[in-house]
Design a protein around this ligand. Structure first.
Ligand code: DGI
Ligand code: FE
Ligand code: FE
Length: 187
């Protein structure tokens, strides 16, 4: 599957604004892949497909998590966290994607995890800084992303954790694991 095919594949599954977001994530991710010498074809594919399951029915996603080998603890956390892992599963089943680098970048794009690969980091941070995003602190992360990818990821995780805490929301363990991992690598 090439980029054009991937975009055609996801478009019917997304709202218009989400599809526009997806195209901006692709552009941002490709620019970073070029800068950091990552595999551009894999990065653009993962970026194009990353929100594939975003609008799947909650009950359907719950069933996939129960039936397939996905972590059951996801069910104890906000359903917003399910579309990455369920998306990577469904891309395997429904789009025949086999590349584990692409699938894992989709899988971890929301929470991050400890020991992220270059492709995983690029998709994660492109989703956070694409030009349509307006999170508090996002400009600082945009400024940092070509100085240190790890520091940019650390900042994004810190901002997300702070945001979730301020809203009294639970934080998925892998979000903390990602944050801790970047913190120790950077110190
Ligand atoms: O799918 P997108 O909107 O493009 O972006 P995303 O996949 O990063 O999802 C963003 C949402 O996920 C945002 O509302 C914050 C939330 N989120 C990220 N990490 C965690 C989290 N929510 C909870 N409850 N816990 C987390 O660890
Ligand atoms: Fe997402
Ligand atoms: Fe996204």
């Amino acid at each position: 599957m090439n980029l054009k095919e991937a975009l055609q594949f996801v478009e019917p599954h997304l709202k218009k604004s989400r599809f526009e977001h997806t195209k901006r994530v692709v552009e941002t991710a490709v620019d970073l892949a070029d800068f950091y010498q990552a595999d551009i074809e894999k990065v653009e594919l993962a970026a194009a497909l990353h929100d594939y399951a975003k609008y799947r029915d909650k009950e359907e996603m719950k069933r996939w998590i129960i039936e397939e080998s996905l972590p059951k603890d996801l069910l104890e956390f906000h359903h917003e966290l399910w579309h990455g892992p369920v998306g990577s599963l469904l891309l395997k089943k429904e789009a025949g994607i086999k590349d584990t680098n692409v699938l894992s970048a989709v899988r971890w794009h929301t929470t991050g995890k400890a020991g992220m690969s270059l492709i995983e980091k690029i998709v994660f941070i492109a989703d956070y800084i694409e030009p349509g995003r307006d999170f508090p602190g996002v400009d600082e992360v945009r400024h940092q992303v070509k100085l240190s990818l790890d520091l940019a990821c650390w900042m994004a995780l810190r901002n997300t954790i702070q945001f979730l805490m301020s809203k009294k929301q639970t934080i998925y363990p892998d979000t903390f694991h990602a944050y801790n991992d970047f913190t120790s690598r950077l110190s």
